[in-house]
Design a protein around this ligand. Structure first.
Ligand SMILES: Cc1cc2nc3c(=O)[nH]c(=O)nc-3n(C[C@H](O)[C@H](O)[C@H](O)COP(=O)(O)OP(=O)(O)OC[C@H]3O[C@@H](n4cnc5c(N)ncnc54)[C@H](O)[C@@H]3O)c2cc1C
Length: 411
């Protein structure tokens, strides 16, 4: 019998979504010669990442997200140079639409955030908006704020740009490798066991998206997040959807929209969001029955409110339905950092539906932390201990996280 020598790396990452790939990118960039292995049981970016609507929103009311998103834009520019390819970011800007006093107050506050970060932003007139976004009904709207620097992207391209650059820099990215368990000795994470043997490492990062709480539980930690369904539709093509019109955020309809090649991609927050125990999600996300009617009953419940701004929604054909899981938390903050109580274990999880936007900052933060350097960003609000002890598989917790999404008004 041949005894396999156990492998050793400086760091190992569970999950090859946008977070896992971004961490590998920054780690190899900033620590040449160090060995990092990313383990992905399917194909890179097969799960939440490739399903995202991919608004790369920078300016948010939660100010601690903002520097993370700026880092994503910075990384994209760097990777485009490195690969000699364009990621074809669609810099169409975000139009914030306020149709109630509370939304106007939130918009004014957001414009202050934009100004604090030197992000270009201006209020627009009804007439300008009507020309810019022909599908939008504007008569109930009180105020429009426009931020021309905001963009959307192809999320799979973003993930694979991180992956390809990381590989060029020496990362070992393995597909088709399933992690079964964390290897823990006393209170130290020392590696992972996989379907292809054990890998030992000085740092272990859980970046397994919806499935992350399963790994944290092996370290006796209740990771505070829950997989909550996000869903959106893409209409048929129509002249009212110019390819270069802006992203539109509609807090009063709890909806968002963006152009999609002459059609419109739009998403809603349904009245009752669906959350599921991580243990009940199959390894291949395409096997999960997200909806038996392509989300139509959820859409029907809110369609009248949406039609106040998008009247064509009643008649337009819907060509595609996309759904996936994001890791939500009751306060809509990320849930990430050092896993409490276990040395050398990190969790890049709980994306709160913003993982494409914040991927750059998340990647840099974890790359620095696992290299023993300070986190350049403020993660106080994302602290894994902030909810106390939670049972991430229990009904009560799952419902709390689903409610956070149902009540979300921002983009
Ligand atoms: C419908 C929808 C719309 C969205 N829209 C936006 C948006 O507009 N803007 C935005 O910023 N974000 C958006 N998001 C959120 C964004 O997609 C996520 O935040 C982001 O993709 C999270 O990346 P991740 O790497 O954490 O997870 P994932 O992409 O899910 O990656 C986790 C990976 O871990 C792997 N894995 C799990 N278990 C194991 C194991 N045991 N062994 C090996 N590998 C394992 C999985 O196969 C998977 O590839 C949206 C999400 C959805 C679903």
């Amino acid at each position: 019998m041949v005894t396999q020598l156990a492998e050793k790396a400086d760091a190992v990452i569970i999950g090859g979504g946008v977070f896992g790939c971004a961490i590998a990118y920054y780690y190899t960039k900033n620590n040449p010669g160090k060995k990092i292995i990313v383990l992905e049981r399917n194909e890179i970016c097969n799960s939440a990442t490739s399903r995202a609507a991919a608004l790369v929103t920078r300016i948010r009311s939660k100010k601690h997200f903002v520097p993370l998103s700026y880092e994503t834009y910075h990384a994209i520019a760097e990777m485009e140079k490195q690969l000699g390819e364009s990621m074809d970011m669609k810099k169409v800007g975000v139009l914030h639409v306020a149709a109630s006093e509370s939304s106007v107050a939130a918009l004014d506050e957001l414009m202050n955030v934009a100004s604090a970060f030197n992000e270009p932003a201006e209020y627009l007139s009804q007439e300008t908006v009507r020309n810019k976004v022909p599908w939008l009904k504007t008569d109930e709207v009180l105020k429009f704020g426009f931020m021309p620097g905001e963009s959307y992207c192809d999320p799979y391209l973003l993930g694979t740009f991180f992956e390809r650059c990381a590989k060029m820099q020496g990362a070992d990215i393995r597909q088709g490798i399933e992690v079964n368990e964390l290897l823990i000795e006393e209170d130290n994470a020392v590696g992972v066991s996989t379907n292809a043997g054990n890998i030992f490492a000085d740092s272990v990062v859980i970046a397994a998206g919806a499935w992350s709480p399963i790994f944290a539980a092996q370290a006796c930690v209740g990771l505070p997040m829950a997989p909550v369904r996000s869903q959106y539709w893409i209409t048929e093509r129509n002249d009212i959807f110019p390819v270069d019109s802006s992203i539109v955020l509609l807090p009063d309809a709890q909806a968002y929209a963006r152009p999609e090649g002459g059609a419109l991609l739009f998403g809603i927050r349904e009245k009752k969001s669906m959350s599921v125990s991580p243990k009940e999600i199959p390894a291949d996300i395409s096997d999960f029955p997200f909806s038996n009617d392509k989300g139509i009953s959820d859409l029907s419940e809110v369609i009248d409110n949406l039609a106040r701004f998008f009247p064509a929604v009643y008649d337009i054909g819907l060509k595609f339905y996309i759904a996936g899981f994001s890791g939500y938390t009751p306060d809509n903050n990320l849930s990430m950092g050092i896993v409490p109580g276990i040395k050398n274990l990190y969790a890049a999880t709980g994306c709160a539906g913003a993982g494409i936007s914040v991927a750059g900052g998340v990647g840099l933060a974890f790359a620095e932390m696992i290299a023993g350097k300070p986190n350049p960003f403020d993660f106080t609000e994302f602290d894994i201990s902030r909810f106390g002890n939670v049972d991430p598989f229990g009904k009560e917790w799952l419902e709390k996280c689903a409610l956070a999404r149902s009540q979300k008004r921002s983009g």
